[in-house]
Design a binder for this molecule. Structure first.
Ligand code: PLP
Length: 387
């Protein structure tokens, strides 16, 4: 079906764009000699996992549920990081995950032996997340894992103290993980790696450390991303420390590879004209309010840039459920369709049914532009979570 005819609201995954992203990622991994994983927290549209599996080394998870999804639907390397693991979940996690990254020395002491015993001899699969205490962005403070007081990762001083106190637990660690970037270029990775080498170079040099996972936030598929620098940095880390290098971007895999199609239901006049859409920022694109950011909208401009300016909002009762002010060349009418862009990432994975607003259906668009329905949602999906 043509995208102009599918019922709204609907998320549409653009497989052509996704393939282009995946080709860039595979080429980068080949040239750098590293492995790239899908961070499922950004995109878990598992109907596309067979496609993604043709290009990437596997998936990474933030929870048991994501780990199970990666295990069932991707079936390649399966990794996980969580701030803390539940005792009743750790065995299942260890059975389905190749790498398990812990966030603290106390989690290492608690689970090191159990995890190691469930993995092949000589490969514990255990990594420790470090905190290089190096903030490289100020635009999105809520996404800065290096901010003072951050709960993420062990700082170098505390790690050295902990190893001295309990050297036995340290023996289980075979990998180091850091994740400090968000939508950033490779110059910020270079700055971060400088801090990592300064603070943890002696740790990385230990023969027991076999791999280094450099987390996500690498905006590799953005046109201005400096891939050659990334490739150089990965090679440098591999050669200096004799480690296998992993990257686990989420955004980069599905960047600009999806749309949210919505229809104008009504217009309200009160000094400014508000278009009431059948899609909501609060329910269907929560990052617009959380991050916050302005989603790209096809054929639109900044307020007053084009002849007709409107405020775009929804049916929820939240006054602040406003997507933004946009302008158009023509007068927008009830029943008209709008296409929000870059809607594959952090959208479907974060949506909700606040106010009982329905969830958008999910469609996939193939390379010829033909859309097929992946899943539709209804009243039961709302009701089943509530009692
Ligand atoms: C969020 C996150 C990712 C993915 O980040 P993107 O910004 O989507 O690339 C990868 N690893 C960890 C540990 C994360 O928290």
């Amino acid at each position: 079906m043509d995208i102009c005819r599918i019922p709204t609201p609907a998320y549409v995954i653009d497989e052509k764009k996704m393939k282009e992203n995946l080709e860039i990622l595979r080429d980068t991994a080949d040239q750098a000699g590293c492995k790239i994983l899908l961070a499922q927290k950004a995109f878990s549209g598992f109907c596309e996992y067979p496609l993604i599996a043709r290009y990437l080394a596997g998936a990474t998870a933030s929870s048991l549920h994501e780990a199970k999804l990666g295990h069932e639907e991707m079936g390649k390397e399966n990794h996980i990081f969580s701030c803390a693991y539940r005792p009743e979940e750790i065995r299942e996690i260890a059975e389905i995950c190749d790498h398990i990254v812990v966030n603290s020395y106390s989690q290492l002491e608690k689970y090191g032996e159990t995890i190691a015993s469930l993995h092949p001899a000589g490969h514990t699969g255990i990594g420790l997340r470090i905190n290089p205490e190096c903030s490289t962005q100020t635009d999105h403070a809520i996404y800065d894992p290096c901010a003072p007081g951050s709960r993420f990762g062990v700082t170098s001083i505390r790690l050295k103290e902990a190893i001295r106190r309990n050297p036995e637990a340290w023996k289980y660690v075979e990998g180091i993980h850091f994740h400090t970037l968000c939508e950033q270029n490779s110059d910020d990775l270079e700055t971060t790696l400088q801090a990592v080498e300064d603070k943890f170079g002696d740790i990385l040099s230990q023969p027991q450390i076999r791999w280094l996972n450099m987390g996500g936030g690498h905006h590799i598929t953005r046109p201005d991303y400096d891939r050659q620098r990334l490739i150089r940095l990965v090679r440098h880390m591999k050669e200096t420390y004799r480690v296998e290098v992993y990257l686990e971007p989420g955004e980069a895999i599905a960047l600009n590879a999806g749309y949210l199609v919505t229809e104008v239901m009504d217009q309200v006049e009160n000094g400014i004209t508000t278009l009431i859409l059948d899609a909501s920022a609060a329910c269907h694109m929560p990052d617009v309010i959380e991050m916050p950011y302005r989603p790209p909208l096809r054929d639109s401009g900044e307020p007053d840039e084009k002849a007709f300016t409107y405020r775009l909002s929804s049916c929820t009762c939240l006054s602040g459920d406003i997507i933004g002010d946009y302008s158009f060349d023509h007068e927008v009418k009830e029943g008209e369709r709008l296409y929000f862009e870059d809607m594959a990432i952090y959208s479907m994975v974060k949506n909700n049914t606040f106010n009982g607003i329905g969830l958008p259906s999910i469609w996939a668009m193939d390379e010829s532009g033909d859309c097929r329905l992946i899943r539709r949602f209804g009243y039961e999906d709302f009701k089943n979570r509530l009692s």
